[in-house]
Ligand binder design. Structure first.
Ligand SMILES: NC(=O)c1ccc[n+]([C@@H]2O[C@H](COP(=O)([O-])OP(=O)(O)OC[C@H]3O[C@@H](n4cnc5c(N)ncnc54)[C@H](OP(=O)(O)O)[C@@H]3O)[C@@H](O)[C@H]2O)c1
Length: 251
């Protein structure tokens, strides 16, 4: 058994790999040796820059513009990756959005948009890789959720519901695919320094720092390190887990 974070020869899909946590995960997996396919919706230039860095490391890279809430696009992306890389070993469901509002003001559109992307989007990619993983008798699925899916958050009923849904999805799929040697885990970040956070009020940052026992805002790489670990042979006996990466923000 390898004793370091080695993903040599593995092939991965990272959803939402253009910026933020997804970009950090894509680069980390490539640094550990994996070929990486990523998708994005809007940040084309940033996604191309991530792809360039992956290929500069000597790995194969692939870029797809696809909205994760589209079911058939997910199937097409998985087929494209299998064709381009010859196999698929890792799915990291990361792409997500928030559209906050208190429950008494939340529109149907706000609710549907966040649930369609954050929850159905994760289902779409799991549904597409599951037959492949089952057939090859191996695979890793890592779903990026949030501590707000565990504790709830004022003004985020749609987001917290989607993130809690991801936890139920993770545990169920872990049970269903375990006998096919497929590990399924969730990583729950606390506040992480990305664009998603830039839209938040300064008070959110201040309040978070009061709760974070490590007294620093997390960086995308902090999450990427945990995801990479879960993809390796080192984590072969870990499944159905929700691992917080939050500096103790929610203990
Ligand atoms: N930042 C935090 O504090 C924090 C905390 C807990 C959990 N998380 C979770 O971590 C994940 C990444 O968050 P982040 O902070 O890195 O966010 P971010 O900086 O806003 O990046 C989001 C990524 O998702 C992609 N994306 C969004 N909607 C998409 C769609 N419909 N189809 C395809 N791609 C889509 C974006 O691509 P384009 O921009 O190119 O469209 C981008 O690559 C999310 O699931 C988020 O809920 C974040």
């Amino acid at each position: 058994m390898s004793t370091c974070m080695n993903l040599e020869g593995k092939s991965a899909i990272v959803t939402g790999g253009s910026v933020g946590i997804g970009a950090a995960i894509a680069l980390k997996l490539a640094a550990c040796g994996a070929n990486v396919a990523l998708n994005y919706r809007k940040h084309r230039e940033e996604a191309e820059a991530v792809l360039d860095q992956i290929t500069a490391m000597g790995r194969k890279g692939l870029l797809v513009q696809a909205d994760i809430s589209n079911f058939s696009d997910a199937g097409k992306m998985v087929d494209t990756v299998v064709e381009a890389f010859g196999r698929i070993d890792i799915l990291v469901n990361n792409a997500g959005v928030n559209w906050d509002g208190v429950i008494w003001k939340m529109s149907e559109e706000q609710w549907d948009n966040v649930l369609d992307i954050n929850l159905k989007g994760y289902f779409n990619y799991i549904r597409a890789v599951a037959p492949v993983f089952r057939e090859q008798q191996s695979g890793r699925i890592i779903n990026v959720t949030s501590i707000n899916g565990l504790r709830g958050k004022f003004g985020q009923s749609n987001y917290a519901a989607s993130k809690a849904g991801i936890i139920g999805l993770t545990k169920t799929v872990a049970r269903e695919l375990g006998k096919y040697n497929v590990n399924v885990n969730a990583v729950a970040p606390g506040l992480i320094e990305t664009d998603m956070m830039k839209n938040a009020d300064e008070s959110v940052r201040t309040a978070a720092l009061e709760d974070i026992v490590m007294k620093r805002i997390g960086q995308p790489d902090d999450v990427a390190n945990m995801v990479a670990f879960l993809c390796t042979e080192l984590a072969r006996h870990v499944t159905g887990e929700v691992i917080k990466v939050d500096g103790g923000q929610y203990i």
